[in-house]
Design a protein around this ligand. Sequence first.
Ligand code: FAD
Length: 374
Amino acid sequence: MNAMNKVLVVGGGIGGLCAAIALRRKGISVDLVELKSEWTVYGVGIIQQSNVVREMSRLGLLDAYLEAAYAFEDVAINTTEGQQLVRIPGQRLAGPQYPANVGISRRALHKVLSETTLELGATVRLGTSVESLEQDDNGVDVLLTDGTRARYDLVVGADGLYSKVREMLFGNQYLPRFTGQSVWRYNFPRLPQIDHLANFQGPAGNAGLVPLSDDLMYMFTTSHEPGNPWMPHDCLAAEMRKRLQDMGGLIGELREQIVDNDEVVYKPLEAVFVDEPWYRGRVLIIGDAAHATTPHLGQGAGMAIEDALVLSEELTGEGDLPQQLARFMARRFERCKYIAEKSLLAGEKEMARDRDFDRIGLVKEMLAVTAQPI
Ligand SMILES: Cc1cc2nc3c(=O)[nH]c(=O)nc-3n(C[C@H](O)[C@H](O)[C@H](O)COP(=O)(O)OP(=O)(O)OC[C@H]3O[C@@H](n4cnc5c(N)ncnc54)[C@H](O)[C@@H]3O)c2cc1C
């Protein structure tokens, strides 16, 4: 078997932290470098579906994770006027005693993941990145931006959409592209009826409400933004209300409470998908660095987390590194490609206002696909 003793993880987001945790649990030494000198994330939430709850259990994180999250079962799709089209029951993939799905604030998730990473003994350097990588058959010589030099058995680029490691491996072959849509998000006090993921779809657009804690939920809505216009900060609340102006029901009622520009989180959607393999020799990319897609299926972070877990399993499995990484690709490529493509498709159908598109069918299919063991 190949000796995998020391790994450098580049990027301390969801994928990089989960990789650090998974590798440390297998006894592999981990250094992690994160570009941001303050290790913070923005303050809205994220949906994590049953496959992610299952993988959090396999990462040994489930109790702390559930403590920080809002557990829920079902996913409902309603018309924007409030008529329920379908209510899809949750799948308890982590075991009958655990919830099917969770909503969690990004900050709460980051706290659980970063604290666990440090507790497990990974070395974390903030405000630092990779300056250069030079590899031979037996290792990778790394120069960090703080001047540190070290040699690693493997470098894992988990440095997101604008990955520097991806550029080091593939040059300009893969560049993020704007998909044509943006997402607007806003936190509200949680309403008692939002004890599940509530999607609202209609001719005027799509929106959703996600519970994050007993006291908090967030609203998201997607909009078509041809040309990716710049949104001035002092117009954000008014612009978000404008995107929701034709929606009635609960979304219409909540719309009027969107008044604080500082609380609007606006994000143009960008995507990139790297063809297999996602590695060259001893340098690999995972998560958004390899397969960033739109949030229409709520699975981007889920795929990054799965990447991390599968990597740790394969690196401690049979064979040499090329065989281990080939098995990693075999377990990850089609699954991530499916999520990437179907998420983009859902966005394209929204932009085309295609009323015949079977979104409910796609959500059900995605839940069945992601429920499959990796
Ligand atoms: C609007 C929106 C909503 C979403 N909602 C969901 C959802 O509900 N559910 C879900 O599963 N997914 C969701 N996603 C997707 C999810 O956020 C991403 O897939 C996930 O964050 C990817 O994790 P990552 O660790 O690969 O990348 P990131 O989270 O981007 O982390 C990358 C990290 O690397 C650091 N970094 C960058 N460059 C360097 C460098 N050169 N050196 C060192 N460090 C570097 C960054 O600072 C960052 O900390 C959503 C995405 C968007 C845009």
